[in-house]
Ligand binder design. Structure first.
Ligand SMILES: Cc1ncc(COP(=O)(O)O)c(C=O)c1O
Length: 385
Protein backbone atom coordinates (compact mmCIF):
# COMPACT_ATOMS: atom_id res chain seq x y z
CA UNK A 1 0.00 0.00 0.00
CA UNK A 2 1.22 3.55 -0.73
CA UNK A 3 2.82 5.39 2.19
CA UNK A 4 1.53 8.93 1.82
CA UNK A 5 -2.10 9.91 1.31
CA UNK A 6 -3.04 10.88 -2.25
CA UNK A 7 -5.29 13.88 -1.70
CA UNK A 8 -8.03 14.19 -4.33
CA UNK A 9 -7.69 17.16 -6.71
CA UNK A 10 -4.22 18.34 -5.79
CA UNK A 11 -3.03 21.28 -7.88
CA UNK A 12 0.39 21.38 -9.51
CA UNK A 13 2.16 24.49 -8.22
CA UNK A 14 5.50 25.36 -9.78
CA UNK A 15 8.43 27.66 -9.00
CA UNK A 16 7.40 30.48 -11.36
CA UNK A 17 4.14 31.16 -9.48
CA UNK A 18 5.82 30.74 -6.10
CA UNK A 19 8.36 33.41 -7.10
CA UNK A 20 5.60 35.65 -8.52
CA UNK A 21 3.65 35.45 -5.25
CA UNK A 22 6.78 36.35 -3.30
CA UNK A 23 7.41 39.28 -5.69
CA UNK A 24 3.85 40.40 -5.14
CA UNK A 25 4.27 40.24 -1.35
CA UNK A 26 7.52 42.22 -1.56
CA UNK A 27 5.88 44.85 -3.76
CA UNK A 28 3.23 45.40 -1.03
CA UNK A 29 0.53 45.65 -3.75
CA UNK A 30 -1.59 42.65 -2.84
CA UNK A 31 -5.03 43.74 -4.00
CA UNK A 32 -6.44 44.14 -7.51
CA UNK A 33 -3.78 45.64 -9.76
CA UNK A 34 -1.43 45.03 -12.68
CA UNK A 35 -1.16 41.26 -12.18
CA UNK A 36 -4.95 40.89 -12.36
CA UNK A 37 -4.95 42.88 -15.62
CA UNK A 38 -2.14 40.70 -17.01
CA UNK A 39 -3.97 37.50 -16.02
CA UNK A 40 -7.22 38.74 -17.58
CA UNK A 41 -5.42 39.47 -20.85
CA UNK A 42 -3.77 36.03 -20.90
CA UNK A 43 -7.10 34.25 -20.32
CA UNK A 44 -8.94 36.44 -22.86
CA UNK A 45 -6.27 35.59 -25.46
CA UNK A 46 -6.42 31.89 -24.61
CA UNK A 47 -10.21 31.85 -24.97
CA UNK A 48 -10.31 34.24 -27.95
CA UNK A 49 -12.85 36.46 -26.21
CA UNK A 50 -13.04 40.27 -26.02
CA UNK A 51 -13.46 40.62 -22.28
CA UNK A 52 -12.34 38.60 -19.28
CA UNK A 53 -13.11 39.93 -15.79
CA UNK A 54 -11.28 38.34 -12.87
CA UNK A 55 -13.38 37.77 -9.76
CA UNK A 56 -12.82 35.99 -6.47
CA UNK A 57 -14.80 32.85 -7.41
CA UNK A 58 -16.82 31.26 -10.16
CA UNK A 59 -19.83 31.56 -7.86
CA UNK A 60 -19.34 35.35 -7.76
CA UNK A 61 -19.02 35.41 -11.56
CA UNK A 62 -22.23 33.41 -12.02
CA UNK A 63 -24.06 35.71 -9.61
CA UNK A 64 -22.83 38.79 -11.50
CA UNK A 65 -23.79 37.17 -14.82
CA UNK A 66 -27.36 36.78 -13.60
CA UNK A 67 -27.41 40.40 -12.40
CA UNK A 68 -25.89 41.70 -15.62
CA UNK A 69 -28.64 39.95 -17.59
CA UNK A 70 -31.12 41.99 -15.51
CA UNK A 71 -32.95 38.98 -14.12
CA UNK A 72 -35.87 40.04 -11.93
CA UNK A 73 -37.85 38.25 -9.21
CA UNK A 74 -40.17 35.80 -10.91
CA UNK A 75 -37.84 35.32 -13.90
CA UNK A 76 -36.88 31.70 -14.43
CA UNK A 77 -33.47 30.29 -15.25
CA UNK A 78 -33.16 26.68 -16.40
CA UNK A 79 -30.39 24.80 -14.57
CA UNK A 80 -29.28 21.15 -14.53
CA UNK A 81 -30.07 18.82 -11.60
CA UNK A 82 -26.52 17.44 -11.78
CA UNK A 83 -24.21 20.24 -10.73
CA UNK A 84 -22.57 21.87 -7.73
CA UNK A 85 -24.87 23.91 -5.49
CA UNK A 86 -23.08 27.13 -6.55
CA UNK A 87 -24.77 27.01 -9.96
CA UNK A 88 -28.20 27.03 -8.34
CA UNK A 89 -27.33 29.46 -5.53
CA UNK A 90 -26.06 32.12 -7.91
CA UNK A 91 -29.49 32.27 -9.59
CA UNK A 92 -31.25 32.47 -6.23
CA UNK A 93 -28.89 35.21 -4.98
CA UNK A 94 -29.78 37.26 -8.06
CA UNK A 95 -33.45 37.02 -7.06
CA UNK A 96 -34.51 34.77 -9.93
CA UNK A 97 -36.01 31.30 -9.77
CA UNK A 98 -33.97 28.25 -10.77
CA UNK A 99 -35.95 25.67 -12.75
CA UNK A 100 -34.37 22.25 -12.62
CA UNK A 101 -34.01 19.86 -15.57
CA UNK A 102 -32.72 16.32 -15.79
CA UNK A 103 -29.46 15.44 -17.54
CA UNK A 104 -28.34 12.96 -20.20
CA UNK A 105 -27.26 9.56 -18.81
CA UNK A 106 -23.98 9.28 -20.70
CA UNK A 107 -22.69 12.89 -20.68
CA UNK A 108 -24.22 14.06 -17.34
CA UNK A 109 -25.03 17.30 -19.20
CA UNK A 110 -28.31 19.20 -19.33
CA UNK A 111 -30.73 17.40 -21.64
CA UNK A 112 -31.99 19.84 -24.32
CA UNK A 113 -35.27 17.90 -24.65
CA UNK A 114 -35.93 18.41 -20.93
CA UNK A 115 -35.03 22.08 -21.30
CA UNK A 116 -37.60 22.46 -24.06
CA UNK A 117 -40.29 20.98 -21.79
CA UNK A 118 -39.50 23.44 -18.98
CA UNK A 119 -39.50 26.65 -21.03
CA UNK A 120 -42.34 28.91 -19.90
CA UNK A 121 -43.35 32.49 -20.44
CA UNK A 122 -41.22 33.37 -17.41
CA UNK A 123 -38.03 31.72 -18.67
CA UNK A 124 -35.29 34.27 -19.28
CA UNK A 125 -32.10 32.24 -19.40
CA UNK A 126 -30.49 28.81 -19.60
CA UNK A 127 -27.47 27.98 -17.45
CA UNK A 128 -25.70 24.93 -18.89
CA UNK A 129 -22.81 23.33 -17.00
CA UNK A 130 -20.12 21.67 -19.13
CA UNK A 131 -19.94 18.78 -16.73
CA UNK A 132 -16.49 17.33 -15.96
CA UNK A 133 -15.26 19.36 -18.93
CA UNK A 134 -17.46 17.74 -21.56
CA UNK A 135 -19.25 20.26 -23.77
CA UNK A 136 -23.02 20.51 -23.53
CA UNK A 137 -25.07 20.22 -26.68
CA UNK A 138 -24.72 23.92 -27.44
CA UNK A 139 -26.22 23.51 -30.90
CA UNK A 140 -29.59 22.47 -29.45
CA UNK A 141 -29.40 24.84 -26.48
CA UNK A 142 -28.50 27.83 -28.67
CA UNK A 143 -31.36 26.97 -31.05
CA UNK A 144 -33.78 26.91 -28.09
CA UNK A 145 -32.39 30.24 -26.89
CA UNK A 146 -32.93 31.85 -30.29
CA UNK A 147 -36.42 30.35 -30.64
CA UNK A 148 -37.57 31.59 -27.22
CA UNK A 149 -35.42 34.73 -26.89
CA UNK A 150 -33.42 33.40 -23.93
CA UNK A 151 -29.96 34.31 -22.73
CA UNK A 152 -27.25 31.71 -22.04
CA UNK A 153 -24.77 31.74 -19.15
CA UNK A 154 -22.21 28.92 -19.42
CA UNK A 155 -20.93 27.47 -16.16
CA UNK A 156 -17.36 26.66 -17.21
CA UNK A 157 -16.07 25.77 -13.74
CA UNK A 158 -14.81 22.47 -15.20
CA UNK A 159 -14.30 23.68 -18.71
CA UNK A 160 -11.38 26.02 -19.34
CA UNK A 161 -10.07 23.88 -22.22
CA UNK A 162 -13.50 22.75 -23.48
CA UNK A 163 -14.41 23.32 -27.11
CA UNK A 164 -17.74 22.55 -28.72
CA UNK A 165 -17.35 21.85 -32.44
CA UNK A 166 -14.60 24.43 -32.78
CA UNK A 167 -16.15 27.02 -30.46
CA UNK A 168 -14.60 27.65 -27.07
CA UNK A 169 -16.79 27.03 -24.05
CA UNK A 170 -17.67 30.27 -22.31
CA UNK A 171 -17.77 32.21 -25.58
CA UNK A 172 -20.83 30.52 -27.11
CA UNK A 173 -23.53 31.98 -24.84
CA UNK A 174 -23.90 35.57 -23.65
CA UNK A 175 -21.21 34.96 -21.06
CA UNK A 176 -19.33 32.14 -19.37
CA UNK A 177 -17.56 31.78 -16.04
CA UNK A 178 -14.38 29.85 -15.17
CA UNK A 179 -13.28 28.64 -11.73
CA UNK A 180 -9.71 28.66 -10.44
CA UNK A 181 -10.56 26.93 -7.17
CA UNK A 182 -7.72 24.76 -5.84
CA UNK A 183 -8.91 21.50 -7.43
CA UNK A 184 -9.55 22.94 -10.89
CA UNK A 185 -7.49 22.45 -14.08
CA UNK A 186 -5.59 25.67 -13.42
CA UNK A 187 -5.81 27.43 -10.10
CA UNK A 188 -5.44 30.64 -8.12
CA UNK A 189 -6.52 29.12 -4.78
CA UNK A 190 -9.91 30.80 -4.93
CA UNK A 191 -10.85 32.67 -8.06
CA UNK A 192 -12.93 32.88 -11.19
CA UNK A 193 -13.22 34.75 -14.46
CA UNK A 194 -16.19 35.96 -16.44
CA UNK A 195 -15.88 35.86 -20.23
CA UNK A 196 -18.02 37.83 -22.63
CA UNK A 197 -18.03 39.59 -25.99
CA UNK A 198 -20.88 41.82 -24.81
CA UNK A 199 -19.94 45.42 -23.86
CA UNK A 200 -23.01 45.99 -21.69
CA UNK A 201 -22.38 42.84 -19.67
CA UNK A 202 -18.72 43.62 -19.09
CA UNK A 203 -19.38 47.21 -18.02
CA UNK A 204 -22.04 46.15 -15.52
CA UNK A 205 -19.97 43.23 -14.19
CA UNK A 206 -16.83 45.33 -13.68
CA UNK A 207 -18.80 47.85 -11.69
CA UNK A 208 -20.81 45.36 -9.61
CA UNK A 209 -17.69 43.33 -8.78
CA UNK A 210 -16.21 46.30 -6.89
CA UNK A 211 -18.96 47.81 -4.73
CA UNK A 212 -20.70 49.42 -7.73
CA UNK A 213 -17.94 52.03 -7.95
CA UNK A 214 -17.16 53.84 -11.18
CA UNK A 215 -14.66 52.13 -13.48
CA UNK A 216 -11.13 51.38 -12.32
CA UNK A 217 -11.81 52.50 -8.77
CA UNK A 218 -9.13 50.04 -7.63
CA UNK A 219 -6.55 52.43 -9.06
CA UNK A 220 -7.46 55.04 -6.45
CA UNK A 221 -4.43 54.23 -4.30
CA UNK A 222 -1.93 53.90 -7.16
CA UNK A 223 1.23 55.93 -7.62
CA UNK A 224 -0.66 58.16 -10.08
CA UNK A 225 -2.11 59.87 -7.02
CA UNK A 226 -5.48 59.54 -5.32
CA UNK A 227 -8.57 59.50 -7.53
CA UNK A 228 -12.16 60.18 -6.53
CA UNK A 229 -14.81 57.63 -7.48
CA UNK A 230 -18.57 57.49 -7.62
CA UNK A 231 -20.78 54.66 -6.38
CA UNK A 232 -23.29 54.02 -9.15
CA UNK A 233 -24.98 50.85 -7.85
CA UNK A 234 -25.09 48.76 -4.69
CA UNK A 235 -22.39 46.29 -5.69
CA UNK A 236 -20.37 43.45 -4.21
CA UNK A 237 -16.79 42.79 -3.10
CA UNK A 238 -15.97 40.19 -5.71
CA UNK A 239 -12.64 41.42 -7.11
CA UNK A 240 -9.62 39.16 -7.53
CA UNK A 241 -6.34 40.06 -5.77
CA UNK A 242 -2.95 40.41 -7.46
CA UNK A 243 -1.78 37.77 -5.00
CA UNK A 244 -4.16 35.29 -6.66
CA UNK A 245 -3.45 36.49 -10.20
CA UNK A 246 0.28 35.98 -9.50
CA UNK A 247 -0.48 32.25 -9.43
CA UNK A 248 -2.92 32.23 -12.35
CA UNK A 249 -0.74 34.18 -14.79
CA UNK A 250 1.80 31.34 -14.74
CA UNK A 251 -0.71 28.50 -14.53
CA UNK A 252 -2.49 29.69 -17.71
CA UNK A 253 0.73 29.27 -19.68
CA UNK A 254 0.68 25.57 -18.80
CA UNK A 255 -3.02 24.93 -19.38
CA UNK A 256 -2.36 22.78 -22.44
CA UNK A 257 0.62 20.85 -21.06
CA UNK A 258 -1.42 20.03 -17.93
CA UNK A 259 -4.28 18.91 -20.18
CA UNK A 260 -1.86 16.62 -22.09
CA UNK A 261 -0.74 15.05 -18.83
CA UNK A 262 -4.35 14.44 -17.76
CA UNK A 263 -5.05 12.92 -21.19
CA UNK A 264 -2.23 10.42 -20.62
CA UNK A 265 -3.69 9.53 -17.21
CA UNK A 266 -7.21 9.32 -18.66
CA UNK A 267 -6.08 6.89 -21.36
CA UNK A 268 -4.23 4.75 -18.82
CA UNK A 269 -7.39 4.58 -16.71
CA UNK A 270 -9.55 3.69 -19.74
CA UNK A 271 -7.22 0.83 -20.67
CA UNK A 272 -6.84 -0.44 -17.10
CA UNK A 273 -10.54 -0.42 -16.24
CA UNK A 274 -12.04 -1.65 -19.53
CA UNK A 275 -12.79 -5.14 -18.15
CA UNK A 276 -14.15 -4.04 -14.76
CA UNK A 277 -17.82 -4.18 -13.70
CA UNK A 278 -18.09 -0.39 -13.68
CA UNK A 279 -19.19 2.35 -16.09
CA UNK A 280 -16.38 4.54 -17.46
CA UNK A 281 -16.74 8.12 -18.75
CA UNK A 282 -18.50 8.39 -22.12
CA UNK A 283 -16.35 8.39 -25.26
CA UNK A 284 -15.21 11.81 -26.47
CA UNK A 285 -17.45 13.61 -28.88
CA UNK A 286 -16.19 14.07 -32.42
CA UNK A 287 -14.96 17.64 -33.11
CA UNK A 288 -15.28 18.72 -29.47
CA UNK A 289 -12.55 19.02 -26.86
CA UNK A 290 -13.11 17.58 -23.41
CA UNK A 291 -11.40 19.50 -20.59
CA UNK A 292 -10.71 16.26 -18.67
CA UNK A 293 -11.56 17.77 -15.31
CA UNK A 294 -13.11 14.72 -13.64
CA UNK A 295 -12.64 11.02 -14.33
CA UNK A 296 -15.87 9.50 -13.05
CA UNK A 297 -16.73 5.86 -12.46
CA UNK A 298 -20.33 4.81 -12.02
CA UNK A 299 -20.56 1.97 -9.55
CA UNK A 300 -23.52 -0.23 -10.28
CA UNK A 301 -24.23 -2.07 -7.04
CA UNK A 302 -25.93 -4.94 -8.86
CA UNK A 303 -22.76 -5.67 -10.85
CA UNK A 304 -19.86 -4.58 -8.63
CA UNK A 305 -19.11 -6.22 -5.33
CA UNK A 306 -19.29 -2.87 -3.52
CA UNK A 307 -21.54 0.12 -3.14
CA UNK A 308 -20.20 3.54 -4.14
CA UNK A 309 -19.63 4.52 -0.54
CA UNK A 310 -17.91 1.21 0.28
CA UNK A 311 -15.67 1.75 -2.75
CA UNK A 312 -14.68 5.20 -1.47
CA UNK A 313 -13.96 3.86 2.01
CA UNK A 314 -11.85 1.04 0.58
CA UNK A 315 -9.80 3.49 -1.49
CA UNK A 316 -9.42 5.76 1.50
CA UNK A 317 -8.01 2.81 3.48
CA UNK A 318 -5.49 2.36 0.67
CA UNK A 319 -4.50 6.03 1.09
CA UNK A 320 -6.27 7.25 -2.02
CA UNK A 321 -8.70 10.17 -1.86
CA UNK A 322 -11.80 10.29 -4.07
CA UNK A 323 -14.69 12.72 -4.55
CA UNK A 324 -18.39 12.72 -5.43
CA UNK A 325 -19.44 15.08 -8.23
CA UNK A 326 -22.23 15.31 -7.24
CA UNK A 327 -25.19 14.02 -5.36
CA UNK A 328 -28.18 15.32 -7.29
CA UNK A 329 -29.32 18.83 -6.34
CA UNK A 330 -32.79 17.78 -5.03
CA UNK A 331 -31.28 15.69 -2.20
CA UNK A 332 -30.41 18.90 -0.36
CA UNK A 333 -32.96 19.93 2.24
CA UNK A 334 -32.91 23.64 1.47
CA UNK A 335 -34.02 23.10 -2.13
CA UNK A 336 -36.67 20.59 -1.06
CA UNK A 337 -38.07 23.17 1.35
CA UNK A 338 -37.78 26.17 -0.95
CA UNK A 339 -38.81 24.65 -4.30
CA UNK A 340 -40.35 21.27 -3.44
CA UNK A 341 -37.78 19.47 -5.64
CA UNK A 342 -37.67 15.68 -5.22
CA UNK A 343 -34.82 13.43 -6.44
CA UNK A 344 -37.24 11.00 -8.11
CA UNK A 345 -38.47 13.75 -10.44
CA UNK A 346 -34.99 13.91 -12.00
CA UNK A 347 -34.24 10.18 -12.24
CA UNK A 348 -31.16 10.32 -14.45
CA UNK A 349 -29.37 12.83 -12.22
CA UNK A 350 -30.50 10.88 -9.17
CA UNK A 351 -29.02 7.61 -10.47
CA UNK A 352 -25.73 9.35 -11.35
CA UNK A 353 -25.66 11.00 -7.93
CA UNK A 354 -26.01 7.64 -6.19
CA UNK A 355 -23.41 5.77 -8.26
CA UNK A 356 -20.76 8.30 -9.22
CA UNK A 357 -17.26 8.59 -7.80
CA UNK A 358 -14.35 10.64 -9.12
CA UNK A 359 -10.83 9.26 -8.88
CA UNK A 360 -7.67 11.41 -8.88
CA UNK A 361 -7.00 13.18 -12.19
CA UNK A 362 -4.52 15.98 -11.84
CA UNK A 363 -1.40 17.05 -13.70
CA UNK A 364 0.39 16.58 -10.40
CA UNK A 365 -0.04 12.78 -10.44
CA UNK A 366 3.22 10.88 -10.93
CA UNK A 367 3.30 7.61 -12.90
CA UNK A 368 3.59 5.87 -9.55
CA UNK A 369 0.46 7.63 -8.23
CA UNK A 370 -1.46 6.55 -11.33
CA UNK A 371 -0.27 2.96 -10.95
CA UNK A 372 -1.37 3.01 -7.28
CA UNK A 373 -4.83 4.29 -8.21
CA UNK A 374 -5.19 1.64 -10.91
CA UNK A 375 -4.13 -1.19 -8.58
CA UNK A 376 -6.45 -0.02 -5.83
CA UNK A 377 -9.48 0.47 -8.10
CA UNK A 378 -9.01 -2.96 -9.68
CA UNK A 379 -8.54 -4.73 -6.35
CA UNK A 380 -11.57 -3.13 -4.73
CA UNK A 381 -13.88 -3.69 -7.67
CA UNK A 382 -12.77 -7.28 -8.22
CA UNK A 383 -12.58 -8.43 -4.60
CA UNK A 384 -15.05 -6.12 -2.90
CA UNK A 385 -12.50 -5.29 -0.21
C1 LIG B 1 -20.08 23.18 -11.72
C2 LIG B 1 -19.56 24.19 -10.77
N1 LIG B 1 -20.03 25.44 -10.79
C3 LIG B 1 -19.58 26.39 -9.97
C4 LIG B 1 -18.61 26.13 -9.05
C5 LIG B 1 -18.16 27.21 -8.12
O1 LIG B 1 -16.81 27.53 -8.28
P1 LIG B 1 -16.06 28.42 -7.20
O2 LIG B 1 -15.64 27.53 -6.08
O3 LIG B 1 -14.89 29.00 -7.96
O4 LIG B 1 -17.01 29.46 -6.77
C6 LIG B 1 -18.06 24.85 -8.98
C7 LIG B 1 -17.03 24.55 -7.99
O5 LIG B 1 -16.60 23.47 -7.75
C8 LIG B 1 -18.55 23.85 -9.85
O6 LIG B 1 -18.06 22.60 -9.81
Amino acid sequence: MRKNYLVFGQPLIEEAEIEEVVKCMRSSWLGTGPKVLAFEKLVADYKGVKHAVAVNSCTAGLHLSCLALNLKPGDEVIVPAMTFCATINSVIHAGAKPVLVDVEPDTFNMNPEEVRKKISIKTKAILPVHFAGRACNMHELSALAVEHDLRIIEDCAHAIETEYQGQKAGTIGDCGVLSFYSTKNIITGEGGMLLTNNEEIVTRVRMLALHGMSQDAWRRFSDDGYKHYEVEEVGYKYNMMDLQAAIGMHQINRVDSYWQRRMTVWQKYNAAFADLPVRLPAKFEHKSRHALHLYTLIIDESKSKVTRDQFMTALHRRNIGTGVHYRTIPVHPVYQRQFGWRPEDYPVADAIGRGTVSIPLSAKLSDEDVADVITAVREVLLTGK
